[in-house]
Design a protein around this ligand. Structure first.
Ligand SMILES: CC(C)(COP(=O)(O)OP(=O)(O)OC[C@H]1O[C@@H](n2cnc3c(N)ncnc32)[C@H](O)[C@@H]1OP(=O)(O)O)[C@@H](O)C(=O)NCCC(=O)NCCS
Length: 154
């Protein structure tokens, strides 16, 4: 199923915090997302089906590197390609801003997320041992953002 992807805007912090809880992502609440939406470096996108939010993703673009901060799809809507649609949208935005790489950290046991990232072209480039509070390791993954030469020369 294809979702509609839209850019998150100020006022969406409640939706983002609800999806953070639904996806068991972490501890960011409405105030954290309000700060993210105010930050000129960050971009959040929301996936909607029939105008209901079903997933979201966000990154920070700093100089030539974009770093993924969050990706989540609500449990009932997983494995339908929505995670990939969200990452593709962040990649398109990062390319337009001139970023050349995209990076992220993921728990080494998070098979679903690793499968998604590999599907989107990310490769494992390193590991941080005992990186997370529960003692698990972080995998570092990166993807080159291929720019369309024809677009660049226009
Ligand atoms: C990780 C997550 C965002 C994936 O979202 P999704 O919408 O299910 O992903 P997609 O449907 O776009 O799947 C992309 C690819 O990953 C694969 N994949 C997704 N979930 C998988 C799973 N549980 N096991 C194996 N492969 C999986 C899909 O098969 C697909 O590959 P394909 O196109 O070759 O079939 C979702 O599982 C989620 O929200 N998890 C909880 C939050 C989380 O862990 N976020 C990441 C933190 S770093």
């Amino acid at each position: 199923m294809s979702a509609r992807i839209r850019r998150a805007k100020k006022g969406d912090e409640k939706i983002l915090a609800q999806m953070e809880l639904a996806c068991v992502l972490g501890t960011w609440r409405e105030s954290s997302y309000a700060s993210e939406l105010d930050n000129v470096l960050s971009v959040y996108v929301i996936a909607e089906i029939d105008e209901s939010p079903v997933g979201f993703a966000g990154d920070w673009c700093v100089a030539e590197e974009a770093q993924i901060m969050r990706v989540g799809v609500i449990p009932d809507c997983r494995k339908q390609g929505i995670g990939k649609q969200l990452i593709d949208a962040l990649m398109d935005d990062a390319r337009q801003k001139g970023c050349v790489t995209m990076t992220l950290e993921v728990k080494s046991q998070n098979a679903a997320a690793i499968a998604l990232y590999e599907r989107c072209g990310f490769q494992r480039v390193g590991k941080r041992s005992s990186y997370y509070a529960d003692g698990s390791d972080a995998l570092l993954m990166t993807s080159e953002l291929i720019h369309d030469k024809k677009e660049e020369s226009k």
